[in-house]
Ligand binder design. Structure first.
Ligand code: GLY
Length: 292
């Protein structure tokens, strides 16, 4: 048995130096909120969900409020979560404005009939489950509009997806879970689905290997099934090495840009990126560490 741990990321990309401290601090706050849920008796899934909820509510990140916009200037939100004991998963993609896409994904998991719901069908499911629709007027930030304008002027690469958020959790007793949420890439086509809601690509959890949440260019992550790849490596070696090796292979095989957080069922942690920054935090009862 080892210490419980919550690991969070606030997205791989290029956060400007002047904003990095605040960006990292928000991730640490989220990880500590997730840990509080775990220490109060919540499940690893509850803790992963809570961690992501905190970042969805923070307009600094590309998830929930503050999410990146499509080429039509609309919000289409993707999220998923998974628990490693029963391999249960829930996901939504192209969800119109709802404050907490990860809660809707959790609703899909708990409902159990399907794993993923899309667009208007996901929205109708959410409403039937008691979630209120929000609006773009409430959830779209000035920063998201500026990112879209820069993209329209050719000043942001289409693939830029910085600020996706995610969490992985281990209870130190063999159980793991993962959760990820995003607005997707800036200027994406309406209807585009990235890696975040795809089980095995952006999110994976299996008590027999580990849990992983990915961030970066979704098309490459999808082609490489990065989250599952990283977890499968845990059968051979330690989490820190697996994270580095998975990102190296991802870069080499599909020219992928991004990062990941990884936790083994024994609570050991791996964090790796091949981008300039990836805000992250590791919260344990003995203390929190963070970095970028
Ligand atoms: N990794 C987030 C996305 O590409 O949508």
């Amino acid at each position: 048995m080892s210490e419980p741990v919550v690991v969070a990321h606030g997205g791989a990309g290029r956060v400007a130096k002047g904003r990095l401290e605040e960006h990292v601090a928000g991730v640490a706050t989220a990880a500590e909120a997730g840990l509080a849920v775990l220490m109060a008796g919540g499940s690893v899934l509850d803790a992963a969900q809570r961690t992501v909820e905190v970042m969805e509510a923070d307009p600094l990140y590309n998830a929930g409020t503050g999410g990146s916009l499509t080429d039509a200037g609309t919000l289409e939100l993707d999220a998923s979560l998974m628990e490693g004991a029963g391999l249960r998963a829930g996901a939504i993609c192209c969800l119109p404005p709802f404050l907490h896409p990860i809660r809707v994904a959790r609703g899909v998991l708990d409902d159990g009939r399907h794993v993923m719901l899309a667009a208007e069908g996901a929205a109708r499911f959410a409403e039937a489950a008691g979630f209120e629709r929000s609006t773009e007027a409430v959830m779209v930030t000035a920063s998201a509009r500026e990112r879209l304008e820069r993209w329209r002027e050719g000043r942001v690469g289409e693939g830029w997806a910085g600020g996706t958020v995610g969490a992985v959790v281990s209870d130190g007793r063999g159980h793991v879970a993962a959760a990820t949420s995003t607005g997707g890439t800036v200027g994406k086509r309406v209807g585009r689905v990235g890696d975040t809601p795809i089980v095995g690509a952006g999110t994976w959890a299996d008590d027999r290997s580990g849990a992983c949440s990915c961030t970066g260019i979704g098309e490459a992550i999808l082609r490489f099934a990065l989250a599952r790849d990283a977890c499968e490596r845990l059968r051979q070696t330690d989490a820190a090495t697996c994270a580095e090796e998975a990102i190296a292979a991802f870069g080499e095989r599909v020219a992928g840009e991004g990062g990941l957080i990884l936790v083994a069922p024994d609570g050991s942690v791996g964090i790796a990126r091949n981008t300039e920054t990836m805000s992250h935090a590791v919260a344990r009862p003995s203390g929190t560490t963070s970095g970028s």
